[in-house]
Each structure stands twice: as structure tokens, then as C-alpha cells.
Design a protein around this ligand. Sequence first.
Ligand code: ZN
Length: 445
Amino acid sequence: MTDPGAAAAMTADIDDYVARHEQDLVELTQALVRFDTTSVDLSPGSEHRTNEEAACQAFAADELRASGFAIDQWEPDARELAHHPMMPPWHHFEGRPITVGTLAGAGGGRSLIINGHIDVVSAGDQSLWSVPPFAAEIRGGRIVGRGSLDMKGGIAAAMFAVRALRACDVRLAGDLIFEVVTDEETCAMGTIAAIERGYRADAGLVPEPSEMNLWVATRGILHGSCKVEGRSAHAEINQPSWQEGGGVNAIEMTADVIRALRELSADWAGRADQRHPLLGAPAIHPTLVAGGAFIANIPESCELGINTTYLPGNADADGFGSGPKAEIEAAVARLAEQDEWLALHPPRWTWATDYPPYELDPASPIVSVARGVAHDLGRESIVEGLESAYDGALLTRFAGTPSPAWGPGETARAHTTDESIGIDELTEAARLYARAIIEWCGRAA
Ligand SMILES: [Zn+2]
């Protein structure tokens, strides 16, 4: 676009379309929220194994098709993903398709991936909601519902931006690829599946609720569990030492493990090389404990679940957390060396999720484009880190597609009871996305 007058007329057209069709954007968001896509848990023993994500994906495909996208919808083959370090052995995608739409550009522009997840976290105790969590009712200019903010609102705004481009006859030079994934709130294999399918672009945008700020860094996340062995005995009868056959309390031993991990976490927090300007320090939190079988028995085993965050600088060459994992195991091994029982019965670690951290140059072109169009609309999109994780890390690390989050709505409302998004936030996001897509992909002559 070289003619500034024509460019201004085009953005005026887009803004006018968004203003006149605001109700369509509201209805699109409501339609997405009304599918109960509460993330399934396919681990053994779980009872939440199905949801409405297949129907939601069919809806998303129809929407994208109507905007001119060629649709690739498929159920990823679990066997083909088995090699991936983030893939749990029991996980699968049967009845759980991924949708990717491609809007082929005319050529000569940069390609862009927009990636959003339709799975949502549990609504929790539904009686605490002021409206049913999947009704998508409107209260005070806001659409209330689980997933309205995280992140069906962002997805709807981006889809609607493409509708606006089409209505205003904007033809793009670069390809626009719209990924609608599941699984983000649990195993994050949906975006991995799209990456393994071969989708790449010059940059990506993830419409997570970032208040239209740009998340350019995340911490990595490790989930692990440590099994501590004791020896069962009658809790009400005085016990001889364990060497003489007495009981060993696995819960008390686990308390020692927790103390050792707390010291390691404090050590990380105190080290200058473990501080990131946008992410703070890494941390270890004990988050689950299961031990003991009977109130009158000395417990013979205890299992401790931990959640650990780590910094981009802690990642190994493959992007993962083998370093922090080894430090954690070493800290518990040192404890075990000082205790005769633990030395003979060392705590055993099992590691599950390792979600890699990432970091993007705040001066990277996609960040500049997003900040530029936001500035033009009177909004300053600041560059931030997200202490947790989201799919932008995977696109950046594994697809070579630098992808900040940039989406409508307040981060603090995500995962809360009465989660909601403002209709004004949606329309602003749609206007911003339309501008950013044109700016990034270029307009065909
Ligand atoms: Zn999210």
C-alpha cells in the first residue's frame, strides 16, 4: 500500500464494517462459547473424556470456509506424535480434530499464523456462576461464559477481522493461516500436531487475553512426582528403630523432601543469574500430596506432586528443562545421602509435562507491526512476559514462527467464575487484527 489516502479509506471501510456488524461479532463469540469444550483429561482413571470440541471445530471450519479459507481438518494420529517429548503415552485425538484454514495470498507478502485454542478449563462449581457458564449471556456490555475470555473471544475477533477484510475487498499478498486447536489447557499437543503437520509462517499471533499487550516470553513448566517409601506399622504402638524392624513414616520423609525443594527454590530465587526482567525467578511448588492408607497405620508410601517453572535461560539445547530437572533430583539425592533409610530407599521421580519456555526479541518485526497498528488506534501495547505458558512458545520454538500473544481481555479474569469479555474489547481487537494482518501480509495489487 503506497497511497496513504487509499490506505486511510480502506481502514475507514474496515472500521465501518466492524461498527455496523458488531452484533455479528457478538453472535460469533456466543456461538463459540456455547460449545462445552472443557478440556478432556484422557489419563487413566479420568472420567472427563468427552466434550463438544468436534462440533465446535465443525463450526469453526464453516466460519473460516465462508471467509475463503481452504480447510484442513484432521484427527492427529497419536502414534505419529508418540516420539514427541510432550506427548503423554495415553493421549489421543480420536473424535478431536484440529482445524487449519489457509487463505492463500496473491504472492510477494509475508505469511502469518493466527493460532487459538477452543478448549477451556473446567467451569468449576456452576452454582457459583451468576449465569450458566455455557449460555454466553450478556451482562453490562460483556459476554459472560467459560472461555469467553480465554480465548474464544480472541478467536472470534480474529475470525471477524477476516470477514471484514473480505467484505472490504482486501486481498492479501502473503498467506494467512488460521489454526484452531484443542488441548492447550492440558497437554498442548494440539498446536504440536499442527506444527508436525508442517504449518509454518513468517510470524504468528496468538489472541490470548493479554489486554492487547504483547507477551514475548514465558517460563517453562515441569510437572513431576516423587514417590517416597516408608514402612507400615501400627501407629499406636511404640516402634523400635527401623533397623530393628520398626515403622518408617513416609509422610514425615516427604516433609523432608519438601524442605529440600523449598531450599532449592529459595536458592534459585536468590541468584542473580536466575532472574529474568519479564518473568522473575524460577520456582518449585509442591502442589499435590497423597500418602497413607489408614488413620491407625504408619504410612508406607507418600507421593508428592510438584509444579516447577523455569526460565528461557535454563532450557537445554532442545528447549526443554533437563537442567532444572537434574537440579531437583540432585537436591533430593543429597537429602537421601544424609538419611540411612532414604539412602537405602531413594525417592523415585516420575516426570510428566515439560512445557518449554521461550523468549522473543521485543524488537522483532511482528511485535513492531502489532505495536504500530495499536499505536495508530490510540492504544500502547506494552511488551510483557507471561509467567505461565501458552502456545506461542511452541510456535516460536518448534515451528520457527515467532509468535507473541496479542489479544483482547484482562488476563486476570481468565479461568475465573463469571469469566467475561467486553463487547468493546472484541470490536477493538477486530479492528486491530484487520490492520495487523494487512500490515504484515501486505495487500495484493
Ligand atoms: Zn488460553
